[in-house]
Ligand binder design. Structure first.
Ligand code: 5AD
Length: 435
C-alpha cells in the first residue's frame, strides 16, 4: 500500500529540489545527501524523504497514471462552484464571492460565516471551501499515521480522559523496541511515509530517550517524523529536531488565554505559544489548532483560534470537537454539533485557502460517522490513521468511544481509500508549493 506518488527530480538548486508528478511541478526540501537530477523520490510535507529505484517508481507510476487523471475528473465535478443564490442573503453572497476569487476575507466577515445557522447557507459555505481546496491544492489528501506510545500524563487538562486525575484508566507505556517495531510495520507493511509519535506528557521518556527513539526509527526507515509529546522546552525541541524530527503536532487548544487557563490548571498559555513559535523558527512543520465546542467558548474565540493557527504558520490545521469524557470535570458538558465543526473547517480553508492542509480528526469521526466525507467536502484535505498496536490503542482514551478503535489497520486503510476514491481524492502529499 502506498500513500505517496513517486516524482522525478528535474532540478536541484541548493536545498530545493523540483519534482515532476505527471507534468505538475512541486518543490521539496532536500536532505538526502546523494540525490541527483533524474532520480525518483517520495516527498512528504515538502521534504524529500526517500529515493525510489527507477524500476519500482515506474511500476507504481504505471498503476497510478490510470487513476490519477480519473480521480482529478471526479474531484473537479464534485467541487464545481455552482452557487445557487436565489433567496440567499446579499451579505453572504458578497463574502463568498470574495472568497471564491481568493481575495482576503476580512475578520468580521469570517465571523459572520462562523455564525451562519441555516442549512442552505451552510451548504454554500461548505461548497465554497471545497472549491478553494481543489483550486489551490488539487485532489491530494495527506494520510499520516499516528502511534500513541504512552497514555501516562503528568497534566490535568480538565477535558482530557488521560489526565493524571483519571485514576480508573489502565495506563500503558510502549517500550522503545515496541515503538520502533510499530513504526517499521507502518512503513514497510502499510506504506506510511509520515508518522506522528504521540503520548501524554510522560516524564519517563526524557528528551534524550526520545532523541534516541527518533534516531533509531530514522536509521531504519525513511519517514517524516512528527512529535506530539507536549511541552519539552525550546532546547528539547532543538534536540529532537537535530535527532531527525521534522514536524511538531501541538494544539494550543484554546486561543483565548482566559479559556485556556480555566481548562489547564497550572499551565502557562504563553509557554504553549512560545513552543509553537520557536518550533517554526527551528524548522519544524507545524500542526496545530484547538477544540471546538468547549464550555463558554464563543464564535469570536473560534475565529481567533483559526487566525492564531494561521499566524503560527500551521502547515496542517487540527480542529476537533470537544467530547465529554465521563472521568473528567467536564463530563456533563455537551459536545458541539456536526455543523459547528464543519463551519470551523470551512472558515479555516477560507482564511488560508492556498496552503493549508486541514485535518478531519478522529474526534470528529467519533462525533459523526459521516465526518470524513463531510469534512473533506467542506475544505479539509487530510486524515490521520491510528497505527498504534491494538493491545494499546483502546487505552488511549482521551475521549470515550473513539472511532475505528476496533478496526484492524488494514480495514481502516481500505475504508479510507474507498472514501478518498469516491470523492476523487488521491492519497498523496505532493510538497510545499507549486514551482
Ligand atoms: N475531546 C476531544 N479532544 C480531546 N483531546 C483531549 N481530550 C479531549 C476530549 N475530551 C485532544 C486534545 C489534545 C489531543 C491529543 O486530544 O486537543 O491536543
Amino acid at each position: 500500500m502506498c500513500y505517496a506518488i513517486p516524482g522525478k527530480v528535474e532540478k536541484i538548486e541548493g536545498k530545493i529540489a523540483t519534482v515532476n508528478y505527471f507534468g505538475e511541478k512541486k518543490t521539496a526540501l532536500n536532505e538526502l545527501v546523494s540525490l541527483k537530477v533524474g532520480d525518483y523520490i517520495y516527498a512528504q510535507g515538502g521534504f524529500a524523504i526517500e529515493v525510489v529505484p527507477e524500476k519500482e517508481a515506474l511500476e507504481i507510476l504505471a498503476v497510478w497514471k490510470e487513476t490519477f487523471f480519473e480521480l482529478q475528473d471526479v474531484d473537479m465535478r464534485l467541487s464545481r462552484l455552482d452557487l445557487e443564490k436565489k433567496g440567499i442573503d446579499k451579505k453572504l453572497t458578497r463574502i463568498l464571492d470574495i472568497a471564491a476569487e481568493c481575495r482576503t476575507v476580512k475578520a468580521d466577515d469570517l465571523l459572520y460565516l462562523l455564525k451562519l445557522e441555516k442549512d442552505e447557507e451552510l451548504d454554500l459555505l461548505f461548497k465554497t471551501a471545497n472549491f478553494l481546496r481543489r483550486k489551490y491544492l488539487g485532489n491530494s489528501c495527506c494520510v499520516h499515521g499516528i502511534i500513541e506510545f504512552s497514555n501516562y500524563c503528568s497534566q490535568d487538562c480538565s477535558y482530557c480522559g488521560i489526565s493524571i486525575q483519571n485514576k480508573s484508566l489502565q495506563r500503558y507505556r510502549m517500550t522503545k523496541e515496541q515503538i520502533v517495531a510499530s513504526a517499521i510495520e507502518a512503513h514497510d507493511k502499510y506504506g506510511f511515509k509520515a508518522l506522528v509519535l504521540q503520548s501524554g506528557e510522560d516524564p519517563s521518556y526524557s528528551v534524550e530517550d526520545l532523541c534516541e527513539l527518533i534516531r533509531e526509527i530514522k536509521s531504519k526507515i525513511p519517514v517524516l517524523i512528527f512529535i506530539s509529546v507536549g511541552e519539552v522546552g525550546i532546547t528539547g525541541l532543538k534536540k529532537l529536531y537535530d535527532a531527525g524530527a521534522r514536524g511538531l503536532l501541538m494544539r494550543f487548544e484554546a486561543s483565548n488565554p482566559k479559556l485556556y487557563q480555566a481548562l489547564h490548571p497550572g499551565k502557562d498559555y504563553a509557554s504553549r505559544i512560545k513552543h509553537l513559535e520557536e518550533a517554526y523558527k527551528i524548522g519544524y512543520l507545524i500542526i496545530t489548532g484547538g477544540l471546538i465546542g468547549l464550555p463558554n467558548q464563543t464564535a469570536e474565540d473560534l475565529l481567533s483560534d483559526i487566525l492564531l493557527a494561521k499566524k503560527l504558520h500551521a502547515e496542517m490545521y487540527t480542529f476537533g470537537p470537544f467530547l465529554p469524557h465521563p472521568e473528567t470535570p467536564l463530563a456533563k458538558a455537551p459536545p458541539p454539533k456536526t455543523k459547528d465543526v464543519l463551519k470551523v473547517l470551512a472558515v479555516a480553508r477560507i482564511a488560508d485557502p492556498k496552503n493549508a492542509k486541514i485535518l478531519v480528526t478522529t474526534g470528529f469521526e467519533t462525533l459523526d460517522i459521516k465526518a470524513r466525507e463531510e469534512g473533506l467536502m467542506a475544505g479539509a484535505n487530510s486524515v490521520m490513521l491510528n497505527v498504534t498496536p491494538d493491545e494499546f490503542k483502546k487505552n488511549y482514551s482521551i475521549y470515550p468511544n473513539r472511532a475505528h478503535i476496533d478496526e484492524p489497520l488494514q480495514e481502516q486503510i481500505e475504508k479510507t481509500l474507498a472514501i478518498l476514491r469516491g470523492l476523487g481524492r488521491a492519497p498523496t502529499d505532493l510538497g510545499i508549493s507549486n514551482a
